[in-house]
Design a protein around this ligand. Structure first.
Ligand code: G3P
Ligand code: CA
Length: 264
């Protein structure tokens, strides 16, 4: 785990653009990531999954129905699981219209395209990659290396799957952070034992908003773990958590924390 946390090492609460600027643009599209960069997010979050042929794509859900027109394009392919579709098939889908008609024609981007866009547009915010399914670690690392992102430490990793973070550790350079995400149920059960386990292989913990308390933050920091909280959108929650000293906030509205004194 990381060296013991020190207040001076974290000048402000990091703003993590959750699925891009997903309050303003369809999540996990290039538009959403571009907007997050323009809003000066400190990190851009990308949930990563593999298509049937292994191509890495940016998508949150395991199925396509919520954020694409898959039900219309492939009416006989229920339940529209991402890993039942080749990348060429995924590419036919519209990933923008569900959010607003002005985003019609947005496609599901590959992780490669996300990185290429960041480089082409000189975006400096690092990627914050969530491995949504264990087993994709080597492919993710290979791609990041190809673009120099691992060498330049322009990335941080998170997962709900401990085995995914454990698989990443030997593949990445020293200093790149691994964050263990914790679900609602787990966060509301035991705390100290959980933190003890996580501190063995991770550098931080991602907690749901409903579970965070000052005691949680103190206990995590006491074990040398940084604390990131998901998903924080309301100004009163942003202010409260920044004042509490959390290290980062996932938000769908990356422009909001900058307007809150406690977060600056
Ligand atoms: O990674 C933090 C947060 O994104 C976890 O929840 O469901 O939005 O991926 P989810
Ligand atoms: Ca996520």
């Amino acid at each position: 785990a990381a060296a013991a946390w020190q207040p001076s090492s974290q000048p402000k609460t990091a703003v993590i653009a959750h699925r891009g600027a997903s309050g303003y643009a369809p999540e996990h599209t290039l538009s959403s990531y571009r907007l997050a960069a323009r809003m000066q997010a400190d990190y851009i979050e990308v949930d990563v999954r593999a298509a049937k042929d292994g191509k890495l794509v940016a998508l949150h859900d395991a199925t396509l129905a919520r954020t694409t027109n898959a039900e219309t394009v492939y009416p006989r392919r229920a339940p529209w699981r991402v890993n039942d579709f080749s990348f060429a098939e995924l590419r036919r889908l519209d990933a923008g219209s569900w959010f607003h008609p002005r985003f019609a024609g947005e496609r599901i981007p590959t992780l490669d395209e996300v990185i290429q866009m960041l480089k082409a547009e000189r975006v400096e915010a690092p990627l914050y990659i969530e491995t949504k399914q264990p087993g994709i670690e080597e492919a993710v690392v290979h791609l990041l290396k190809k673009h120099g992102f691992l060498q330049q430490r322009r990335v941080m990793f998170q997962s709900f799957h401990p085995e995914s973070l454990q698989a990443l550790r030997p593949l990445i350079p020293h200093g790149i952070r691994l964050i263990q995400l914790v679900g609602e149920k787990e966060a509301h059960s035991g705390r100290d034992e959980l933190l003890q386990q996580i501190a063995v292989y991770a550098d931080g913990i991602g907690l749901p908003l409903s579970a965070v308390t000052e005691e949680w933050v103190r206990a995590a920091h006491g074990r040398g773990l940084i604390v990131h909280v998901y998903t924080v959108n309301e100004p009163h929650d942003l202010a409260r958590l920044c004042a509490m000293g959390v290290d980062g906030l996932f938000t769908d509205y990356p422009d909001r924390p900058g307007r809150i004194a406690a977060c600056r």
